[in-house]
Design a protein around this ligand. Structure first.
Ligand SMILES: Cc1cc2nc3c(=O)[nH]c(=O)nc-3n(C[C@H](O)[C@H](O)[C@H](O)COP(=O)(O)OP(=O)(O)OC[C@H]3O[C@@H](n4cnc5c(N)ncnc54)[C@H](O)[C@@H]3O)c2cc1C
Length: 418
């Protein structure tokens, strides 16, 4: 394996370089990245960068210093065939390919002036626009919408969040997301739920039903899609992300010329739809933790194959997904995958409000329990200690006593030990 090519110089791409080297790969690595920047972290873009606490989130490893790493930054992969990536600078051949092209934010139809928040450049530009008194309308009360609203309100902007669903934090469901409504109120942010956007204009947006909401700035935070358009029609199996197995190995459609015996292709991070042995289903998550940890598994797979190990002997990538968000003075963390027929058990009072002078918001958590008592997912709000033990309970498929779980005075750690 003389040359590994990585497409995408974000967290997952950057980590893949580091993992390959740390696991002993000494051949050439080519890292192709559409952005002109070295790999950097995105979570601070809606937090520390937006508040002005920092201007750079570059990852703390000097890829320039790593021997044999060729950086093709500001370059786009435009297509793929077995053994070669097509780029806007010509073809790049590979002995192994890791796809780490991430995801791209969804834009709404309408004015070109709408902002999204995905890159460091988006964040620095938005920061300039968050002036005191500026009317900022955010579309989407999800993770990024809430984080931008938090910062903008603190900086004195007049913030309205327009949400098409009935409550914030849609992925967590009404029973949990409904408890986030008062967070907006406390922060002086106007939250409009069940408000579908019909059209975005230059100076505001039109809601379905005809109401016009005026705005100086509009930020759209309605989610992202895997950035895999460049793979269209090449024969690699792509279905809402690059389809990979439990070793992160992708496959070619059977009639693809040159596919039999072709050099391995893997995918990691936001763009990878991996087979989860733990959950018995395909998973694709847009979480920092996945982009951070999958590259170690990808490097192990690649080096194992290069050493002639049979695929069946390779370790399985089998994480419990984990995500965090910082909004309205609360650290919100989520882990696991709620079973379809799970019921919720709360731990602490989700309706408790933050006193105006209080330093900390009241904390609470909630667990999704399957009918057989297995804890399948956990959300913690301003209770990070619960998440530390909670992730261990989830990884162990534990069935903690639900009455004890519901008592915030009982440390979750105690349930793990019991
Ligand atoms: C504002 C913001 C805040 C976030 N906050 C949190 C948080 O608090 N907690 C959390 O868990 N997660 C958070 N996330 C999500 C987390 O940052 C992502 O899951 C993570 O960045 C994914 O890393 P990645 O390397 O897979 O993809 P990306 O970070 O998207 O990197 C992919 C890179 O590939 C490049 N690329 C795409 N197509 C091509 C191509 N054809 N050729 C060459 N290069 C290409 C892209 O330009 C990009 O630089 C946040 C994301 C954003 C945007």
């Amino acid at each position: 394996m003389e040359r590994v090519v990585i497409v995408g110089a974000g967290l997952a791409g950057g980590r893949t370089v580091v993992e390959l080297r740390e696991q002993g790969y000494t051949g050439q690595i080519t890292l192709i990245g559409a952005e002109p920047h070295l790999p950097y972290d995105r979570p601070p873009l809606s937090k520390a960068v937006l508040t002005g606490r920092t201007d750079s989130t570059q990852l703390p490893y000097g890829l320039h210093d790593l021997d044999g790493v060729e950086l093709l930054l500001g370059r786009h992969a435009t297509g793929l065939e077995p053994g070669a990536v097509h780029t806007d600078a010509g073809p790049v051949t590979y002995d192994a390919l890791v796809i780490a092209s991430g995801s791209a934010p969804i834009r709404l139809p309408g004015a070109p002036g709408q902002r999204v928040l995905r890159t460091i450049d988006d964040s620095l530009a938005l920061r300039q626009a968050l002036r005191p008194g500026a009317r900022l309308v955010i579309v989407g009360a999800g993770w990024i919408g809430a984080e931008v609203a938090t910062v903008a309100a603190k900086l004195g902007a007049e913030v309205t969040v327009v949400e098409g669903g009935g409550h914030p934090l849609a992925p967590l469901g009404r029973e949990v997301g409904g408890h986030a409504v008062h967070w907006y109120e406390e922060a002086g942010v106007t939250l409009r739920v069940d408000a579908m956007v019909d059209k975005i204009g230059e100076d505001g947006l039109l809601l379905a039903g005809g109401e016009f909401v005026p705005a100086d700035e509009i930020v759209v935070g309605v989610g992202a899609r895997p950035d895999v358009g460049w793979l269209a029609g090449c024969g690699l199996v792509v279905e809402r992300g690059v389809v990979v197995d439990e070793h992160l190995l992708a496959g070619w459609a059977p009639d693809t010329p040159g596919a039999p015996g072709a050099a391995p292709v893997l995918a990691v991070g936001d763009c990878a739809a991996w087979w989860s042995v733990r959950y018995g289903q395909r998973m694709r998550v847009e979480h920092w933790d996945t982009a951070q940890t999958a590259p170690a598994a990808a490097a192990t797979t690649l080096l194992g194959l290069a050493a002639g190990r049979p695929v069946g002997d390779l370790p399985v990538y089998n994480p419990v997904p984990y995500f965090w968000s910082e909004q309205f003075g609360r650290m919100v963390q989520f882990a696991g995958l709620p079973a379809d027929d799970a019921h919720l058990v709360f731990r602490g009072d989700p309706t408790a409000r933050k006193e105006p002078d209080a330093k900390k918001a009241p904390g609470w958590s909630a667990g999704w329990f399957a009918p057989d008592g297995t804890l399948t997912a956990l959300v913690t709000v301003a209770r990070p200690i619960d998440m530390v033990a909670g992730r261990r309970l989830l990884a162990a498929d534990a069935r903690p006593d639900q009455a004890q779980f519901a008592d915030p005075a009982v440390p979750l750690k105690a349930l793990l030990e019991g």
